[in-house]
Design a protein around this ligand. Sequence first.
Ligand SMILES: NC(=O)c1ccc[n+]([C@@H]2O[C@H](COP(=O)([O-])OP(=O)(O)OC[C@H]3O[C@@H](n4cnc5c(N)ncnc54)[C@H](OP(=O)(O)O)[C@@H]3O)[C@@H](O)[C@H]2O)c1
Length: 263
Amino acid sequence: MSWYSGVPTYDTVLAAALAFALLVALLAPFVPSPYGRFASDRFGFGLDPRLGWLLMELPATVTFLFFFFRGPHRDELVPRLFLALWLCHYGNRGFFFPLSIRTPRAARASFSVMVMASGWVVTSLHGYLNGTWIASLGHYPTGWLADPRFLVGLALYAGSLALNIHSDAIVRNLRTREEVAAGKKVYRIPTGGLFRYVTSPSYLTELTAWTGFAICTWSLAGVFIFAVSAANLVPRAFSTHRWYRERFPDYPTERKVLIPFLL
Ligand SMILES: NC(=O)c1ccc[n+]([C@@H]2O[C@H](COP(=O)([O-])OP(=O)(O)OC[C@H]3O[C@@H](n4cnc5c(N)ncnc54)[C@H](OP(=O)(O)O)[C@@H]3O)[C@@H](O)[C@H]2O)c1
């Protein structure tokens, strides 16, 4: 199949990846990924979430670096800048986030291996498609730095990443170290930052970050990671909103699910 880049292997994998995103969109509304507050032993063996996250995200870094450094454009300025964005993103999501979450004893086996295995499909495809596109098949001359798509996409990406890290930090700090050391799995209502407006600001900013990435790389590899993330996170945001409302009678009624003032 050669319908996009003209390279049959790449285009076939890209088509399969987009079909996988569609499959996730069809299934995710019925089965929330079994980890965290939706953990379930129906899906088999569970890992410590810190290990689960680390292993699940690792292929995004490894495959991207592998394919990036094989590419003929690997030493050019704009591809190098995309490499820096990638390392920022996965330095946070792949290493800082898993190592900093607060996991009490009661939640030590709550990350289903099924989540990790399906996550591997996504993170491997994501690393391959973007690493290959950016360093081999795409064309990013230095003039791309002045292109409005690059500038708008980069601004959206950077602002979203900062807000995503901030939202993750608010949630992390809801549990004190003492509670975690005592083995207590405590949930509280998050407040402040974008939580004033929506229940799932981390998901909102994850999706706007990948939108920015897709715009600044102007590629279907970028569209893939946005699509598969949206397929997973939009239904999870609705389930999370319902979960808070059922669990906390005093949950703020004006707080929306995912999009401030709208949804
Ligand atoms: N691109 C993608 O497809 C994708 C997919 C998933 C996640 N992500 C990103 O990964 C990040 C984490 O997502 P997530 O779904 O794991 O988020 P999460 O549900 O917010 O969980 C993160 C951590 O905070 C704890 N926690 C959550 N709510 C809490 C509360 N009310 N009180 C106390 N502790 C609480 C969780 O503990 P427990 O584990 O014990 O519940 C977990 O340790 C987000 O930035 C998200 O955007 C991206």
